[in-house]
Design a protein around this ligand. Structure first.
Ligand SMILES: C[S@@+](CC[C@H](N)C(=O)[O-])C[C@H]1O[C@@H](n2cnc3c(N)ncnc32)[C@H](O)[C@@H]1O
Length: 226
């Protein structure tokens, strides 16, 4: 069974599209997509030989070799525009995801969907993509094994759209109807309140305390009793 984090990625894949899973590791996501009839054309790509070998092993064990092709590739460098419509990049840092997206010129097309699941630097990812002409269409927050994750569905719109501080922190999560929406927002508000409390103890950075407290209050307003 696929974990909730990768299931959320799979739910954003458009049925019947050609998919490329960048940084596939064991190819769990490609196997799930094919076994569940979501698509029959998947590229499982990875920059390292070892994960690619375990991807091949898993694909063969599942008998899915005719639908999933493995490719050794740094980001999308070895993948052509014709080979993928929906691109999944999951389980990596936000900065690396940005580098992979911005390094691929053919992603600058509204036809391509990017399904991104960053582990770190999420505000940086939202800010950078919006500044570079990508829009975030939707986000799916997920809670699993004590951690909150978010999956972003993005595409090229060609208009740089600066993200303000609040959007960088929570993106499209307030618009989500996922069960973990409120938990994610509450977790973020509490995190910012903790940072604000830390700054409050130091006389020289009172402004920072106010800034974080204000952002936490803005997030709490999206909650049912906010
Ligand atoms: C932590 S695993 C994530 C696996 C899976 N996508 C998931 O979310 O569970 C990260 C994988 O990304 C691969 N990777 C790291 N940098 C990459 C790059 N520049 N291009 C392609 N794959 C990369 C690593 O080799 C590793 O297999």
């Amino acid at each position: 069974m696929l974990d909730l984090r990768l299931t959320a990625c799979a739910e954003l894949v458009r049925p019947g599209t050609k998919v490329c899973d960048v940084g596939t590791d064991h190819a769990y996501l490609p196997c799930y997509l094919v076994k569940n009839g979501i698509t029959s054309q998947v590229i499982a790509a990875d920059v390292n030989e070892r994960p690619l070998a375990s991807a091949r092993k898993h694909i063969t064990e599942q008998g899915l070799g005719s639908s999933i092709r493995t490719v050794l590739s740094d980001g999308l460098a070895q993948i052509s525009e014709q080979e993928a419509d929906d691109i999944v990049i999951a389980g990596m840092g936000g900065e690396l995801i940005c580098r992979i997206v911005l390094g691929c010129p053919w992603l600058r097309s509204a036809e391509k969907h990017l399904i991104l699941q960053p582990m770190t630097q999420i505000p940086y990812l939202r800010e950078t993509l919006c500044a570079q002409g990508y829009e975030i269409l939707q986000e799916k927050p997920v809670f699993e094994k004590g951690h909150y994750y978010t999956v972003l569905l993005c595409r090229w719109c060609g208009r740089p759209n600066p993200a303000d501080e609040l959007f960088a922190l929570i993106g499209k999560i307030p618009e989500s109807n996922c069960p973990d929406r409120d938990g994610y927002l509450l977790y973020q508000a509490k995190r910012l309140e903790k940072i604000a409390a830390g700054y409050r103890r130091s006389a020289s950075v009172k402004d920072m305390a106010e800034q974080y407290q204000r952002l936490a209050e803005q997030i709490r307003r999206f909650l049912p009793n906010g």
